[in-house]
Design a protein around this ligand. Structure first.
Ligand SMILES: Cc1cc2nc3c(=O)[nH]c(=O)nc-3n(C[C@H](O)[C@H](O)[C@H](O)COP(=O)(O)OP(=O)(O)OC[C@H]3O[C@@H](n4cnc5c(N)ncnc54)[C@H](O)[C@@H]3O)c2cc1C
Length: 495
């Protein structure tokens, strides 16, 4: 415990909030979390029903060393809390013309897939080298140092390295420069799914994303990804972090340029020396801080990342052609991106992500049955043009028809359990900005790929963590935001 016993109140127990709480408890602060839901984890969530277990949120774990650090600093080992194992293939990619291409991190296996599809392995490897260089660059400063804006970048990287970010191109522009094969282009473009943005709008340095998978592998957590939340839950208990469930925060108390504490929905006022907010920056400004229009206008460039339709199906059969992770590509992926991110319309023919965790984990479905989570990316909510519920249902129907056309014959006849979430449910469950699933979109023109800063510009003892702040969405990134915000808080405290 730090000697003056300073108290930190954390709003929300998403992975960003959890990472900040653990890091601060490890640094000796008294930490309490206030979570509106009956369980911890935020979007890292699960559904168990009729013998099926679904990951309602994340289903792909990457960069496990970032998770491991939180255990290591407490003198523990992550392996004692949950078990992870690498998956092969990483993904299976299905195309409308019947082509199937698997992704493997081993060069020989990947080359065989590329040659089978008529693509040039040498070009692919040159792309991966380029991706690796970008990853090393981005990781050194943006990820690990927690840089927050272009001025931080210029200071840290200097002019020479700043130019290496391939700033004049979009993500797709650079993919197209390296790779000619149209389906391999579509696959590499779709790595942008990790942050819910468009490859045609995201800056080229987002091409660091394939390295996350090809160099550091792609992981599954035995029993489902919610085991991560349970593992962190145990660690928080061991560290003496108090977690208050079903305690919504309604207000952050302020005065004399500082935050003073919280007010919960049941009217209790909790004093704190620091507040860490895992509610996204824009909803928190609107609902907890009653921010003036000028402050809200400044936040507008942090447009929400996409939302999603989450379709969970329990089947009475198995589709053996599925891998653990699968992508069913759009016939026109540019149109898919345009529709979701530019026109803000439900896509006619989206690229669809499908997880069949039952392929490698027998505990998540009854014997002889598959459990599928199907996730197309779709626009975030627009309160001025709400999408009628029937349109979401029509999209679901189109997607199931597409999957049947692309080989999952009679899929709808084999559904014995179904669960379905629209962006409205996502917004309601996590209070995410307009139902966004990854926080803020990476957009070259709107924000250069930056998300909001972690330290409030208005109140120096208020910090934000999670997908709406740098480095953005996805489990490892929000864990970094929590760890980096905690470091910044300690520096602020020491003056
Ligand atoms: C369907 C889906 C699929 C995804 N797939 C992947 C994947 O495969 N791999 C991956 O790495 N990432 C994936 N993600 C993204 C990943 O889940 C998120 O980026 C990450 O978990 C978000 O963490 P966060 O810290 O931003 O907090 P969140 O998870 O958004 O949690 C915020 C928490 O704060 C609570 N809260 C909000 N306001 C208040 C309040 N006023 N008072 C009290 N509590 C409050 C909420 O209830 C919630 O528990 C996916 C997300 C979704 C939804």
């Amino acid at each position: 415990m730090n000697k003056d016993g300073k108290k930190v109140a954390v709003i929300g127990s998403g992975l960003g909030g959890i990472a900040a709480a653990i890091s601060l408890a490890e640094a000796g602060y008294r930490v309490e979390i206030f979570e509106k839901n009956p369980q911890i984890g935020g979007k890292l969530n699960q559904l168990k029903a009729e013998g099926y277990t679904f990951d309602l949120g994340p289903s792909i774990m990457t960069l496990p060393h970032i998770f491991e650090r939180l255990f290591e600093r407490a003198g523990k080992k992550m392996a004692d809390y949950f078990t992870i194992r690498p998956l092969r293939p990483h993904w299976r990619n299905f195309f409308p013309d019947g082509e199937v291409i698997d992704l493997y991190p081993e060069p020989e296996r990947m080359d065989a897939e590329l040659e089978k599809a008529g693509a040039d392995p040498a070009r692919f490897h040159r792309f991966l080298d380029y991706s690796g260089q970008l990853y090393d660059l981005v990781n050194r400063g943006y990820f690990e140092e927690g840089l927050d804006n272009a001025a931080d970048f210029r200071r840290f990287y200097g002019l020479w390295d700043f130019r290496k970010f391939d700033l004049l191109r979009t993500m797709h522009g650079s993919v197209a420069r390296h790779v000619r094969h149209p389906q391999i282009r579509d696959i590499l473009d779709f790595f942008i799914k990790y942050v819910g943005s468009s490859a045609y709008a995201a800056p080229a340095f987002m091409n660091c994303l394939p390295t996350i998978q090809f160099r550091y592998d792609l992981w599954y957590v035995e029993g489902g990804l919610y085991r991560i939340a349970e593992g962190f839950g145990r660690l928080m208990e061991e560290l003496g972090i108090a977690v208050h469930l079903n305690r919504e925060v309604k207000k952050i108390e302020t005065g004399e340029g500082r935050v003073r504490g919280l007010v919960t929905a049941d009217g209790e006022t909790i004093a704190a020396d620091f507040v860490v907010c895992n509610m996204e920056v824009i909803p928190a400004a609107e609902r907890l801080l009653d921010a003036p229009p000028k402050a809200l206008k400044r936040l507008r460039k942090f447009e929400p990342a996409c939302s999603g339709l989450v379709i969970d199906l329990g089947l009475d059969t198995v589709y053996p052609q599925l891998a653990h992770h699968n992508f069913f590509f759009s016939g026109n992926q540019r149109e898919h991106f345009n529709s979701v991110f530019k026109k803000h319309l439900l896509p006619r023919d989206p690229t669809v992500y499908l997880v069949a965790a039952s392929r490698t984990d027998p505990t998540v479905a009854p014997e002889g049955c598959d459990c599928l989570k199907i996730l197309p990316h779709i626009p975030y909510l627009d309160p001025e043009n709400p999408v009628p519920a029937e349109e979401y249902l029509a999209l679901k129907k189109r997607i199931l028809e597409k999957l049947e056309r692309m080989g999952l014959t009679d899929l709808r006849k084999h559904v014995v359990f179904e669960h379905f979430w629209t962006p409205v449910d996502i917004e309601r469950n996590y209070y995410s900005n307009r139902g966004s699933i990854y926080g803020v979109a990476a957009d070259r023109w709107k924000n250069l790929g930056f998300k909001a800063p972690k330290q409030s510009p208005e109140y120096s003892n208020l910090f934000f963590v999670g997908g709406s702040v740098n480095p953005g969405g996805g489990m490892p990134m929000v864990l970094l935001s929590g760890q980096n915000a905690a470091r910044q808080l300690v520096e602020e405290d020491r003056g």
